[in-house]
Design a protein around this ligand. Structure first.
Ligand code: GLC
Ligand code: CA
Length: 570
């Protein structure tokens, strides 16, 4: 497969707010491409697929943990934060990945689970053996398992307490996640210093950003619930100050699975910023809710909420990732409805969520896949794709836990889906062979050969998005409509006088979640007489009426992206 270079955005390399217009792609090293036939993906494999990602229009990769690890939590159980897992390659190969990505104007964001380590980490081994030694106070030890009663359990499927007894030290240690992942003790200044050193280590190697895994959980307190405690925010401000001072242009991304008013706190304030970006956990499940309920009102509600955030802040919008589709941020009633629609087999559930991939969730409906992606690429914030979703890959719910959607990338209809030439039994996980999503039909090669494939469609949307800076830089304002199935908003960007010379633009985005065609009237007060042009084909639509309304007819689960104003540039 050969890929020709796509259009480059001029001057991206100098843009300190690059992350606002970037399209991100989450790719696990283990899952993408195996270069040496040992059954596991590796850095050399990922490097060899950069041309594909560049062709697709990806600006930045988010790479989940690749450090030394016993891999009992997909690598989020780190045994050494400064080295790489030998089966993925060497540190030199990691550096080569950074260089090769940068050559393509693509950025590398790594993932840092700073809240905890694996119990195999040297720090924990020393801590349990020598309470008086230098690492004695690196973890949260207690003589009882009764401290912090307000702190909820996250992995409810596997854990029944946040405390585990260590037979060596004969004390309990605190863990927010698996019991083999002891939480670090951030009250200890040496732990905070060690954390800053890890950040420096990887930034010195040239990474462009760090996803701060499980960031709300750093500090715990007797009164609080251990989520976003004031001291956690204080420490984040310290990390950010160091990054701004020593590594300007690099970004911090918060993984905070919380309610909107709590997530925004991880951006900090204009004067004391914390993270540049935060994943939009509240919006994601509401997209899935709207698709089945045919009702957009919950989406309208969360998108209409306004929160003060620093001017450099940006949301990370996503449909799926390497974890379960979490339903923590919806009400019990909505959660039950979503389990009914999307996880009718109990095997599809995991913790408080659903462990399935995008295409199976949407029943492989092309209309729904297009609608969901059109939202992903036009909401306020930067889109994050999950590897394989661009070809509509399936999952394997017979695999344990979240491995269901971490199977090898499907490149070709050949052995192991072209992911590896190892003996099929040797793969880290089997390739998907289900009826509907069998790798012999769902793969990159086959979709490249079809001009109307999902892959080509997704690539086209990405490129249309990139041609309109308002998607990355503009504001979002929800509009009133007279139809409960319809979501409409305008993205407005006044243009900029920076060296990028982006021109002002207003784009009207309209989505119908109805399962049959509808007609809707949209309130566009202030845009009386403006003409609408389709961003994809350029076709002229009726102008906004003198009464400030626009009536549109939408096909089943249809959407429009319309430029409002004069005819767009060719
Ligand atoms: C984050 C990761 C998840 C991991 C957990 C514990 O939520 O996304 O995969 O299991 O942290 O590290
Ligand atoms: Ca390999």
């Amino acid at each position: 497969m050969t890929f020709t270079a796509p259009i480059q955005l001029p001057g991206l390399a100098l843009d300190t707010q690059w992350y606002k217009r970037a399209v991100f792609y989450e790719v696990m090293v283990r899952s993408f491409y195996d270069s040496n036939a040992d059954g596991s993906g590796d850095f050399a494999g990922l490097i060899s697929k950069l041309d594909y990602l560049q062709w697709l229009g990806i600006d930045a990769l988010w790479i989940p943990p690749f450090y030394n690890s016993p891999l009992r939590d997909g690598g989020y159980d780190v045994a050494d934060f400064s080295s790489v897992l030998p089966e993925f390659g060497t540190l030199d190969e990691f550096k080569e990945l950074v260089t090769k990505a940068h050559e393509r104007n693509m950025r590398i964001v790594i993932d840092y689970p700073l809240n905890h380590t694996s119990d195999q980490h040297e720090w924990f081994q020393q801590s349990r053996q020598d309470p008086e030694g230098p690492y004695g106070d690196f973890y949260v030890w207690s003589d009882t398992d009764e401290k912090y009663p307000n702190i909820r359990i996250i992995f409810v499927d596997t854990e029944d307490s946040n405390w585990a007894f260590d037979p060596v030290r004969r004390q309990y240690y605190f863990h927010r996640f698996f019991s083999h992942q002891p939480d670090l003790n951030f009250e200890n200044p040496a732990v905070r210093e060690a954390t800053l050193n890890v950040v420096r280590h990887w930034m010195d190697l040239g990474v462009d950003g760090i996803r701060l895994d499980a960031i709300p959980y750093l500090f715990e307190s007797e009164e609080g619930n251990g989520e976003g405690e004031p001291k956690t925010h204080e420490f984040l401000k310290e990390i950010r100050a160091m990054v701004d001072r020593d590594y300007p242009g690099r970004v911090l991304i918060a993984e905070a699975n919380q309610w909107p008013s709590e997530v925004v706190e991880f951006f900090g304030t204009e004067d004391e910023p914390e993270c540049h970006m935060a994943f939009d956990f509240p919006v994601m499940p509401r997209i899935f809710y709207a698709l089945r309920s045919q009702n957009a009102s919950e989406l309208v509600r969360v998108l209409s909420e306004t929160h003060e955030v620093p001017s450099a802040a940006a949301w990370g919008v996503f449909l799926r990732n390497h974890d379960e589709l979490t339903l923590e941020m919806v009400s019990e009633e909505y959660r039950q409805a979503m389990y009914g629609w999307y996880a009718y087999d109990p095997r599809m559930r995991s913790n408080v969520g659903i462990r399935r991939r995008l295409a199976p969730l949407l029943d492989n409906s092309r209309a729904e896949l297009e609608l969901a992606h059109a939202l992903l690429f036009s909401l306020e914030g930067s889109p994050f794709l999950y590897y394989g979703d661009e070809i509509g890959m399936g999952d394997n719910i017979w695999l344990p836990d979240r491995d269901a959607s971490r199977t090898p990338m499907q490149w070709t209809p050949d052995r192991n889906a072209g992911f590896s030439s190892a003996d099929p039994g040797k793969l880290y996980l089997p390739v998907v062979q289900s009826l509907a999503y069998n790798y012999t039909s769902i793969n990159v090669e086959a979709q490249l050969a079809q001009s109307r494939s999902l892959l080509n469609w997704v690539r086209n949307v990405i490129h249309v998005r990139k041609g309109h800076p308002t998607f990355g830089l503009g504001t979002l304002r929800v509009l009133e409509t007279n139809h409960e199935s319809v979501l409409a908003f305008v993205r407005e960007y006044p243009g900029s006088s920076t060296q990028f010379g982006d021109s002002a633009e207003t784009v009207l985005c309209v989505f119908s979640f109805a399962h049959s065609p509808v007609s809707a009237r949209i309130d566009l007060t202030g845009f009386e007489g403006a003409t609408a042009f389709d961003l994809f084909g350029g076709a002229e639509f009726p102008a906004v009426g003198a009464d400030g309304t626009l009536s549109l007819t939408l096909g089943t689960q249809g959407f429009y992206w319309l430029h409002l104003g004069d005819a767009p540039r060719a």
